[in-house]
Design a protein around this ligand. Structure first.
Ligand SMILES: C[S@@+](CC[C@H](N)C(=O)[O-])C[C@H]1O[C@@H](n2cnc3c(N)ncnc32)[C@H](O)[C@@H]1O
Length: 214
């Protein structure tokens, strides 16, 4: 998606410094200390404009949320939302994450959300997809036993690929729908900006939740 160029972007981001983790590798194993309250920690990779994570944070003040987004122009809107609602339980990493093992000690996370992740449709880019087997294995290590990975996408090919990768990784599927908004799972669903856009245009939304049973 083309982004409008934001004037004084760095200055604007800096005004939300309290929400931004600048050196996330240094808090590996101690991510809980980044928040005022020590409570279960949930991660969203690719939070975009932040509708999902800010609504999660409002709905679950008893959890902490870490949102990662590499596109600074986009994440500015997410930071604004977090500040508007004076959220104390959200922090942001402004980067593209690769190996989660660089950021989290084994078992440090309670859940991981992947929402409308970039599809990388070319076969030769399959390893860049956030749901490839290598990444699923890293997520599994970062999650505590009983933790989960929740994935939503409008992209049917990416969803099929993800289900294959889940099987390959031997992970346990707790819930699955190829039409989330017309399933019983929708009651607890918190939507994202992309989800509203695609569902509004009549596209069915794919959903899978995997649990880690180590
Ligand atoms: C298609 S958008 C979806 C945004 C949002 N989750 C939603 O559903 O509205 C995907 C976002 O993920 C971000 N992203 C992709 N790979 C990432 C990574 N490895 N680390 C952090 N952000 C990433 C992109 O910059 C982009 O903003």
């Amino acid at each position: 998606m083309r982004q409008r160029k934001i004037k004084n972007l760095q200055e604007k981001l800096e005004s939300f410094a309290a929400y931004i983790i600048r050196d996330p590798k240094s808090s590996k194993g101690a991510a809980g200390a980044l928040f005022p309250k020590k409570q279960p920690l949930y991660l969203e990779i690719g939070c975009g404009k932040g509708q999902f994570i800010t609504r999660c944070a409002a709905a679950h003040p008893e959890w902490n949320f870490l949102a990662v987004e590499g596109n600074e122009s986009v994440v500015l809107r997410a930071l604004e939302k977090a500040a508007e609602q004076k959220a104390e339980n959200i922090r942001f990493i402004l980067d593209y994450v690769d190996d989660l093992g660089d950021l989290f000690a084994p078992g440090e996370l309670s859940g991981i959300f992947l929402n409308f992740s970039d599809p990388w449709p070319k076969d030769r880019h399959a390893k860049r997809r956030l749901t490839c087997a290598r990444r699923l294995a890293e997520y599994q290590t970062a999650l505590q036993p009983g933790g989960f990975i929740q994935f939503k996408t409008d992209n049917d090919d990416l969803f099929d690929f993800t289900l294959e990768q889940i099987e390959e990784a031997g992970l346990y599927v707790e819930a699955l729908s190829r039409d989330l908004h017309h399933s019983q799972l929708t009651a607890e669903n918190i939507t994202t900006e992309y989800e509203d856009k695609f569902a509004g245009a009549g596209k069915t939304i794919n959903y899978v939740r995997i649990s880690v049973k180590r």
